[in-house]
Design a binder for this molecule. Sequence first.
Ligand SMILES: [Zn+2]
Length: 462
Amino acid sequence: MKSRKLPKVCGLNCLTLLCIPLVLPILRCTAVGTGNAGSSSSSSGSGSGSGSANGGDFDYRLQRVRNVLKEVPLIDGHNDLPWNIRKFLKNQLKDFHFGSDLREMAPWSSSAWSHTDLRRLKEGMVSAQFWSAYAPCSSQHLDAVQLTLEQIDLIRRLVHLYPHHMALVTSAAGIEQTHRTGKIASLIGVEGGHAIGTSLSVLRMFYQLGARYLTLTHTCNTPWADCCKVDEPGKYPHIGGLSSFGKLVVKEMNRLGMIVDLSHVSVPTMLDALATSQAPLIFSHSSAHAICNSSRNVPDHVLQRIATNGGLVMVAFYPHFVSCSGQATLHDVVDHINHIREVAGIDHVGIGAGYDGVNLVPKGLEDVSKYPHLFATLLESDKWTEADIAKLAGRNFLRVFNEVEAHDQQQQQEQQQQQQSEQKQKLLQFVCGCAQLWLLLPLMLSLLWMLLLLLLLKQHSI
Ligand SMILES: [Zn+2]
């Protein structure tokens, strides 16, 4: 399946060459160790692994990836399973068998939109997943807030139905703790700014219910932010980026410690959000515009700004974003990851596949079980180390999430310090007032005495 490089034999004599077939399997067994050797996907390897750092056999690289993912949580930025449960089952979780192989169960078995179940998430070593609480644009100004609440409720109920496999998580520390338990950290992302009904109160309540990112738009403009559709040929800006209320939304998210997500927004909206936010931003499911010029992708000049902002682009797998056509392969996704790495740097690229929200997937990345294959393919290049894979898989997102939370804590500390200094100032004013009164009292009494004395003298003189 994958291109395999033969071990370098330059400079070896014939006897050494004859010994290689006997020695290599021993070397490989030693290098790989004993854990997880029986992967169902290992048949793609040739058994000719060299054990070298890069360019070795696919099975060996896959094992290295699995070792990395045991240490570092694999975090995916976007999965639309909750919308599929609404679409197919009207949110009736009694009819949803997440623990089964959904490839063999109706209606999932015949749907091109289904790529996720617990078994395949485990096989793909997914440790943390942002589940999308999405309401379509047709609900804007109607029941978008209600639909989003129902989707948040669905995600929470789903997690509570599988307590041995999933845990609701709302912090970076929570992701790391859950990773150690072997459960899937389940986070909530609200997709589409129309979901807040132009109300900061609704935004704050979504945060209270566990939402940790808001995508500023979906495929429609909101009254306060332009979506990416306005960047397409023949289309015109609605606002030209973020309105003053839109900037307030970003600032309120900074204050709450909620991540601002720029997937789906127009380029001027991206730039306004970058200029407004004091915390790192993410693209939860977008790819590189320089490789596929979809308006859903991130242009190079924004990638550079993301690097200075400290943010993250989590690469989407949808073929129309990856190859600008209905067909793509795992190698096309690799090209996007490498491009974002080249322009923004290794600290600013992550994974946001977008499974269950698309009806087409790249060859080699058919469902949530395939992430390790992507990482193993990246390791084929000398450019990629295991530490780089760790950053791509989860370390970068953890850093961003920690910084967003730290910004919230810093703001809370500043507010507390301000309140304390105001209280000190009031106390000082009270003490000064008392002191002034204490000093003035003898003077007033003296004046009173003098006045009485004068009155007495006046009476006697008369
Ligand atoms: Zn989306």
